[in-house]
Design a protein around this ligand. Structure first.
Ligand code: F6P
Length: 561
């Protein structure tokens, strides 16, 4: 869809939202009085999508606000854009590609999906069977290392979308893992791979090289380092003694996941052990493709399918639920409300689940690589602010760190709180269920942010007058509370799909291509120019700016060999 995007700021809904905001400001935005005036507010503003219960009532919205926001969605053509994505139109305009991560988790009995002459549904099913079958054989011990020992550790080498999703899910679903453990190597910092393999047995280690392009500096460098480590270690044990035995060892201990199968073969990985996906899956949308092979090995094929089913539940909800009850649509629009009408620059994601510690980092790539753009999909400048900074840490840790700013700072920081009714680890401290302490904090924080504490209430506590201002909480600090029964593979799939579609909705309103990432290119190219300067090339050095030259000089003066 390369047609000129509709300028959201030129729609009647945008003008109405601006007037609505003025009216709210003159009446006073006050969650306390809104809750008092409307006893059904919490119920009316709580929605369900699959297993997710999403309470929007502590946001700075009235029913009228949501109606205006959904009007905005209609006026920018969101419904058509959603259909365009699901049916494979080339909505990734700058790369002229379809955007079909939703095809990776379509129910197998659904109608065929043919896009650009490709039978997408059949290809997805075949590749899924292939990597799940591989995972089953690794888990069952029929695929072994070169000395016949079963694999005990799988090392996923990838970065960005080829790392963050699998690493986040591996941690989130710790209770569901089988005996094979995983390690994740992403950074070009050599300490990453060296510490990851330091205590591993080469005979029982399987490497998965995960790279959509198979051209990423970090991943290919780490893959070569891993190959050298394997051959050196096996050489020291007398297992690798010739070029042929080295090739055999690489073939047995390395598999790859990529869209570029030719480059995989060049690396020496047996094409039989290469799992593919397609250019219509963006890296940050690929955890549910073969990029999840490390998860299929560690969690097992059955749980991986449950994970995919979770995504599908939210896909169906997103595609078929009217905007007024459509959770990703409402959450995406509320984010637009804060970014464009309330001048919010960041958005906190606060999982009250230690297992979701990497979820905010995962979301940073999903949201910020997607919507951190200044031009629209036709190349014209955006007409309003886009792409808020997503960040977060698990609760309750964050409460003892940055929540001060959330409660009393000058920035408005909308926050998503996430919690589960059932704990990962059901422990009691004496008679106290510890999970209830966690949930009490989760619930209390949303109330404290929303309702605050007035000066009168502070005085009533006997606070000295001079300290009253410092102890006042203004309240009216927005949050969304997401709850689910438990952090299962299916629920995690639902959560990820929820945020994928929230991101989509925001991008659609702003008219941007949420599926390209040209902004990552310049730094990569310049790094290629700096590398020879660090190694001593005077020609490369001369090309650098004065600041960069000084850093190179500092490095060369201080590097010890
Ligand atoms: O540089 C950014 C990026 O292209 C991401 O979009 C991607 O997820 C990551 O690098 C890794 O890319 P690849 O999977 O091709 O190695």
């Amino acid at each position: 869809m390369t047609a000129t995007p509709i300028d959201p700021t030129a729609t009647p809904a945008w003008a109405s939202l601006a007037s609505h905001l003025e009216a709210l400001a003159s009446q006073g935005v006050d969650l306390r009085s809104w809750f008092a005036a409307d006893p059904s507010r919490a119920a009316c503003l709580t929605f369900e999508a699959g297993d997710l219960r999403v309470d929007l009532s502590k946001n700075l919205v009235l029913a009228e606000t949501l109606a205006l926001l959904t009007g905005l969605a209609e006026q920018v053509g969101l419904a058509a854009r959603v259909e365009a994505m699901f049916t494979g139109e080339h909505i990734n305009a700058t790369e002229d590609r379809a955007v079909l991560h939703t095809a990776l988790r379509r129910p197998p009995d659904g109608p065929e999906l043919i896009v650009d002459g490709q039978n997408v549904s059949a290809d997805v099913a075949a590749e899924l069977d292939k990597f799940l079958g591989f995972a089953a054989r690794v888990r069952g011990g029929s695929l072994t290392g070169v000395t016949g020992k079963p694999f005990t550790t799988v090392v996923n080498i990838g970065i960005g979308g080829s790392d963050l999703g699998p690493a986040m899910v591996y941690q989130a679903l710790a209770e569901y893992r089988g005996p094979i453990r995983a390690r994740f190597v992403s950074n070009i910092d050599p300490s990453d791979i060296s510490s990851a393999v330091a205590d591993l047995d080469p005979e029982t280690t399987l490497f998965i090289v995960a790279s959509k392009t198979f051209g990423t500096l970090e991943t290919l460098t780490n893959a070569r380092l891993a190959r050298s480590w394997l051959l050196e270690m096996l050489g020291a044990r007398g297992v690798v003694t010739s070029a042929q035995s080295a090739a055999d060892a690489v073939a047995r201990h390395f598999v790859a996941v990529s869209t570029a199968r030719d480059k995989v073969a060049e690396f020496g990985i047996d094409p039989v052990n290469a799992f593919g996906f397609w250019d219509w899956v963006g890296g940050r949308y690929s955890v549910d493709s073969a990029i999840g092979t490390v998860l299929a090995v560690t969690l097992g094929p059955e749980l991986f399918r449950q994970f995919l089913d979770g995504f599908a539940v939210i896909d169906t909800h997103f595609r078929s639920t009217p905007f007024a009850r459509n959770v990703p649509v409402l959450m995406g629009l509320i984010n637009v409300w804060y970014v464009n009408f309330w001048d919010a620059h960041t958005h906190a994601v606060l999982p009250y689940s230690q297992h979701l510690a990497r979820f905010p980092a995962y979301l940073q790539q999903l949201t910020m690589e997607s919507n951190g753009k200044s031009v629209r999909w036709d190349g014209s400048a955006v007409t309003t602010a886009t792409g808020e900074v997503f960040w977060g840490e698990p609760g309750t840790n964050g409460q003892h760190a940055f929540y001060q700013l959330l409660h009393q700072g000058t920035e408005l920081v909308p926050a998503d709180f996430i919690a589960f009714a059932n704990p990962q680890a059901p422990l009691a401290d004496g008679g106290q269920d510890v999970h209830e302490l966690l949930l009490a904090n989760f619930i209390a924080q949303t109330s404290a942010l929303a309702f605050g504490k007035t000066a009168a209430e502070v005085r009533l506590e006997g606070t000295a007058e001079a300290l009253v201002p410092a102890r006042v909480f203004t309240g009216n600090r927005p949050s969304t509370a997401i709850m689910a029964p438990a952090l299962t593979p299916g629920v995690l799939g639902q959560l990820i799909a929820l945020y994928e579609h929230i991101t989509f909705v925001e991008g659609a309103v702003w008219g941007i291509d949420s599926f390209d990432q040209w902004g990552v290119e310049l730094g990569k190219v310049l790094a290629g120019q700096v590398t020879p300067a660090l190694a001593g090339s005077p020609e490369a050095f001369a090309q650098l700016d004065a600041s960069a030259r000084a850093m190179v000089e500092y490095y060369r003066a201080n590097r010890r060999r």
